[in-house]
Write a protein that binds this ligand. Structure first.
Ligand SMILES: [Fe+2]
Length: 373
C-alpha cells in the first residue's frame, strides 16, 4: 500500500462517503486542526489553536493512520494554568516538550496521585483514569506531545460520550498505588519497567547491535498498556539500517542533529532534517532510515503502534530483507544513501565512521536469496 498513489476522480468519488472517519469528525468538533503530513519540523513551535474544552491550546497530527492505528497531538498549558480533567477509554503516552508542571491521576475508587515533571519527562495515562495537567510556571507555557489509541476507539464506537465518560476503573492497570509514578526503572532485557521517566534525553541506554551502528536502545511499556515505545541513540558518524513497518510510529528527536530518508519501494529517497523536537511518522509500509550527521550522539523517542512480527515475536523490521524481513542490510543499500550521508557529514567537516560497522555486518550477513525463477 502506498499513500501517495492516486487514482482517477471517478474511482475516488465512489469511495467519497467512506473517506471521513468518526475520529476526524471528533477533532473537527473540538475546534482543532489535523496536520495530515508525516513530518513536523519542530513540535515545540508548531502552531496551536485554542482548545476550549480542555482549557489550553492544541493541534492534532495524524497521517493516514487515523483509520487504523493511533494519533498524536500537541497541547500547551497556559502560564499559571491547568487543563480540565479528562478520562478516556484509550491509552496515551506523553513526552513533555517544554516547561514544568504536574499531573494528578485518579480513578473512581482510588486516591489522587500527583507527580511533577519537566521538559524531557515521559509518562503514560492509565486506561480510563482521570488525569489533569497543571503548569508549574506562572511565566512560561508548558507544552507536551501525546500519542494515543484514540482513533481506534472513536472509529469503533462512534460515541464520544462512551469513550470519554464511562464510569469504569481498570484496577489491574491502576488502583492508586502510592509509588505508581515513582522512577523505579527495573530493567528486563531491552525493557525498562517504569511508569515515569524524568529525563528521557539523558536516560542511560543499552547496546543494540541488531539495528546497526552499535547504537543504544531501551524499550518501555508503561501503565500496563499495549502501546510500545522506545528510545534509540546512535554515535557520531553512524546511521541505522533502513526498514519499513506498519503505520503509527511517531519518531520524536530528543537530541542531536541529523535527518531521515523516506521512500516508497522503487522510488528516490526524500530527506527530512532533524533538530530536537522534530516529529517524523513514516507512513504505512514506507521505507525509512535515520542518520546522525552532527557532531554529537543523536537520540530519538518512538511512540508506536503494533507492527508485523515473525512467529518468534520478532518485529519484521528487525529482520534482514535477505531472510524475508523488512530491514535493509548496509550491504544492500543504494549508493544514493551513502553519498547523501557523506555530503551531510562533510558539511560539518566530519567523516562517516561506517566502514568497520559495514565490514562487521558482512561477516554475519545471510546470503542473497536466489532470484525466483
Ligand atoms: Fe521505523
Amino acid at each position: 500500500m502506498t499513500f501517495s498513489t492516486l487514482v482517477s476522480d471517478e474511482l475516488a468519488k465512489k469511495f467519497a462517503t467512506e473517506k471521513g472517519t468518526p475520529y476526524e469528525r471528533w477533532v473537527q468538533a473540538e475546534g482543532l486542526d489535523i496536520i495530515s503530513g508525516h513530518y513536523v519540523p519542530n513540535l515545540r513551535t508548531v502552531d496551536l489553536k485554542p482548545w476550549a474544552r480542555r482549557g489550553g491550546k492544541g493541534v492534532f497530527i495524524n497521517h493516514e493512520a487515523s483509520r487504523t492505528s493511533n494519533d498524536c497531538y500537541v497541547c500547551e498549558i497556559p502560564p499559571g494554568g491547568k487543563l480540565e480533567p479528562q478520562r478516556q477509554l484509550f491509552e496515551e503516552m506523553v513526552l513533555v516538550l517544554e516547561g514544568r508542571g504536574s499531573t494528578s491521576v485518579w480513578n473512581d475508587k482510588g486516591q489522587k496521585l500527583t507527580f511533577e515533571w519537566k521538559a524531557g519527562a515521559i509518562f503514560a495515562i492509565p486506561l480510563n483514569a482521570y488525569h489533569q495537567h497543571f503548569n508549574g510556571s506562572g511565566a512560561a507555557p508548558a507544552r507536551y506531545v501525546g500519542v494515543t489509541f484514540g482513533p481506534q476507539l472513536l472509529n469503533m464506537f462512534d460515541d464520544v460520550d462512551f469513550v470519554f465518560n464511562t464510569p469504569r476503573d481498570f484496577p489491574a492497570r491502576f488502583s492508586g498505588e502510592p509509588d505508581y509514578f515513582s522512577n523505579k526503572g527495573e530493567q528486563d532485557g531491552f525493557l525498562l519497567r517504569t511508569n515515569f521517566v524524568p529525563d528521557a534525553v539523558n536516560l542511560p541506554l543499552i547496546s543494540a547491535k541488531e539495528r546497526g551502528a552499535g547504537g543504544g536502545h531501551i524499550r518501555f511499556n508503561m501503565a500496563k498498556g499495549a502501546m510500545a515505545s522506545h528510545i534509540s541513540q546512535f554515535p557520531v558518524g553512524t546511521y541505522k539500517k533502513g526498514h519499513r513497518h506498519g503505520p503509527g510510529a511517531h519518531v520524536i528527536v530528543l537530541s542531536g542533529e541529523g535527518y531521515s530518508l523516506m521512500w516508497e519501494q522503487g522510488q528516490e529517497p526524500k530527506r527530512y532534517d532533524w533538530e530536537p523536537g522534530t516529529l517524523i511518522v513514516p507512513p504505512n509500509n514506507t521505507f525509512h532510515q535515520h542518520f546522525n550527521s552532527g557532531p554529537t550522539p543523536a537520540r530519538y523517542l518512538a511512540f508506536k503502534h503494533s507492527s508485523p512480527r515473525n512467529a518468534q515475536g520478532v518485529p519484521l523490521s528487525w529482520i534482514s530483507s535477505r531472510l524475508g524481513g523488512n530491514q535493509i542490510d548496509y550491504a544492500d543499500e543504494s549508493d544514493i544513501v551513502r553519498n547523501l550521508y557523506r555530503e551531510a557529514m562533510a558539511r560539518h567537516g566530519l567523516e562517516p565512521k561506517m566502514d568497520a560497522i559495514i565490514a562487521a555486518e558482512l561477516e554475519t550477513l545471510p546470503p542473497k536469496p536466489a532470484m525466483a525463477g
